[in-house]
Design a protein around this ligand. Structure first.
Ligand SMILES: Cc1cc2nc3c(=O)[nH]c(=O)nc-3n(C[C@H](O)[C@H](O)[C@H](O)COP(=O)(O)O)c2cc1C
Length: 302
């Protein structure tokens, strides 16, 4: 089998596939070894616990999933007590995603996590979640706010900082550049795209919070375009994802300029998808047109 390991932001990953934030749960470990993923990203953590948005929180659409989970999470203290010990048992890379309503909240979460930084490998800043009525979104929709936030939290840690961007902007390249200028070690894109489903029988939006974030195959072309544009403008590595459900989708992202690939919604339909992704990507490299994953990165950009 071909070697499909990669290096990103100072981390070596056994393979380029990263379990996207919000989907991972330890129950998957009953089905297969979660360390089969190149890296695992936790659900975004806030400082205090959050119940999330009112139900219903998920709606199926023809080519994707609309969710308005609203960052439901146990908060940083319970995460440390209840979830970190399990993550510690995994031999793969661990990325802790954090979200806050203010710069101070991001910094407070990182302060609370600092004694435990030996148990994980990187932070991902969720500046992009479109489901929360206050917070997150505001940072990622502005280059200035993104710069200020990243510069602030850069002072809180020496760990790799990944900044995950929202596609719900007019100039994603400008926001990516601002994050890099402020010290981001990698850029992750894309988060979900704002969407809505109307329940025509009840004549109102189906989701409890009305709007949701669209993910799954419907968003893939948007995500590939974002990766292609951003890769031409920045020099730090990119984690590309949005709608990936096969190894071929992953290769599209690599060819557009992603150095690693994140997979989220597809895991709901196929919980063990990681084994198929790694086997088939290895076979693709074995075909001999490319000698490594690195070799594929950006080839579609000419
Ligand atoms: C149910 C659900 C929950 C999510 N929660 C988070 C989250 O907490 N933080 C985050 O940065 N992204 C979150 N996302 C976005 C995913 O990490 C991913 O960026 C997005 O779904 C696009 O990828 P996909 O089409 O492969 O799912 C969530 C997505 C879904 C479907």
């Amino acid at each position: 089998m071909a070697d499909i390991s990669i290096e990103i932001a100072g981390m070596r990953l056994e393979n380029p596939f990263i379990f996207a934030s919000g989907i991972f749960g330890k129950e998957y470990s009953e089905l297969y070894d979660l360390s089969d993923w190149g890296a695992i990203t936790t659900k975004s953590l806030t400082y205090h616990p959050r119940d999330g948005n009112p139900a219903p929180r998920i709606a199926e659409t023809p080519c994707g999933l609309l969710n308005s989970i609203g960052l439901a999470n146990p908060g940083v203290m319970r995460f440390v007590e209840e979830e970190l010990p399990f993550l510690d048992t995994l031999s793969t890379r661990k990325i802790v995603s954090i979200a806050g309503e203010t710069e101070d909240e991001f910094a407070k979460i990182m302060d609370a996590l600092s004694p435990y930084e030996g148990s994980f490998d990187a932070y991902e800043l969720n500046v992009s979640c479109p489901n929360v009525s206050r917070g997150g979104m505001a940072f990622g929709t502005s280059a200035e706010l993104t710069h200020s936030l990243v510069a602030r939290v850069r002072l809180c840690t020496d760990k790799p900082l990944i900044v995950k961007l929202t596609p719900n902007v007019t100039d994603i390249v400008g926001v990516a550049q601002a994050a890099c200028d402020a010290g981001a070690d990698a850029i992750s894109l894309i988060n979900t795209i704002v969407g809505m489903v109307i329940d025509i029988e009840h004549r109102k939006p189906l989701l409890g919070d009305r709007f949701g974030g669209l993910s799954g195959p419907a968003v893939k072309p948007v995500a590939v375009a974002c990766v292609f544009k951003v890769a031409s403008a920045i020099s730090v590595p990119i984690i590309g994802g949005g709608g990936i459900s096969s190894w071929r989708d992953g290769v599209e992202f690599l060819m557009a300029g992603a150095d690693a690939i994140s997979v989220g919604s597809a895991v709901f339909a196929n919980p063990t998808i990681i084994n198929e992704l790694t086997d088939k990507l290895s076979s693709f490299i074995d075909r001999g047109e490319f000698t490594s994953v690195r070799d594929i990165v950006g080839v579609a950009r000419g």
